[in-house]
Design a protein around this ligand. Sequence first.
Ligand SMILES: [Cu+2]
Length: 478
Amino acid sequence: MKNQFDPRKLNRRDFLKLGGGLLVAAAGTSLLPRWSGKVLQGVSPASAAAYQSPAPTIYRHLIGSDGWISIPMGIIMNDLGAQLGPDPLAPAGRTTYVFGFRDVTPLDGGPSKPTASTTTNPLILAQKGHVQHSAPLMYFDENDAIQITLSNLGLAVRPDLTDPHTIHWHGFRNATPLFDGVPEMSISVGRGADFPYYYHPTDPGTYMYHCHNEDVEHVQMGMDGVVFVRPAQNKTGNVAGAPVARYNGGASTAPLGYVYNDGVALSDPRSTAYDREFVIFLNEFWAQSHYDDAHIQVSDWSDFHADFYLMNGRSYPDTLAPNGGGTNMSTGDLIPPPGRPDLESQPLSSLIRCNAGDKVLLRFVNLGYTQPAMKLSGIPMHVVGKDATPLRGIGSLGLRDGADTSYYADTIYLGAGESYDAIFTAPPKTGVGYDTYLLFNNSLGALNKPGASGLGGQMTEVRVYAAGTLSKQSAPNT
Ligand SMILES: [Cu+2]
């Protein structure tokens, strides 16, 4: 493997050369300079000028390859009599060919161990053909210094297809195009290559990431998922008295976390504190294109239509199945959800469980081509953020600490590429068992008829238990 870059050895002038299309040997010794001012959230010029990004301390290793997932469907035929789904080439229990990512960090010694510059670990190389959808959920803290190495293992089903891949954090204020993943103005990772991306997030919020190489195809084929950034306030509390978050060692009475550096007390209506959090990633699959890529056919992407509406890579009722995940350290494979070997490559559950009175954060992300109308039936949602920006007007120093522009809604419309942060307070419940509230795409075409393709579509359940029933949440979507 080749194409190594050391992000610690590039200086500003080198980046400008790279931006001009000249790929030059990096000679400087400075760390990443942060010369780009933020647009939506202000930063003082003095602090920006003095700033140098730190060397990475968190290491993640993603592979790009292909694989097979399972979507509940009947038999889907096209006009020419081909069976698109389940794809006749699919292994037992699977229906649909995908491109995608896998997080192989556990096979590389974990997130604190620097990733090898060349991938030789046979367990990692064996993950060619074993990607997941949606893409691995990633989350970091504000001011983390992160290196994510992308290794392109090639496609098991399509050895003729030599496509590169990239990582693009959509909506992320990146200091340089080099790590932005847009192939026309940066670098793509060719088959057999490893490339370390560097990130230093300074703006908390909910983002998405995807491969940007031939992105109409690669995003549709499944190379997309969620990345979010937790605010510095989690570690420090704030001057208004909001405590350190439980994620960062706060008291058992403290919130699990905050969505943004809100700067207000817990009792303030502008507070973004929450007790549980769930990512809801939305997209749609077009059956013909997935069949075409598996069967060495070319798709006319202008013919796109949605056959399967997916939530965290699954279709209801699979959205309710438990989380899979974790890595089998002897094979390198994902560990399937209990009782659901067919969902091995779709590890992320959308089942939302909470206690009465909990503040529950929903991080909605849409990377589909349609406009979902996500309705939480019977519980109002407090929309506190959009596109990784708190819903506050511009106040002091250009920061988003001004007037409260948050609002309540029972339905959130998401355009393509948009994210929303919404907090609901779980309604009262006493006694045993749970009350069920539906969270679903109110564009009812996205909820297919029983037995039809993409059974159930974008729907999940919110299950509210009596206070004290469920233990405190320690990780998203659990
Ligand atoms: Cu790709």
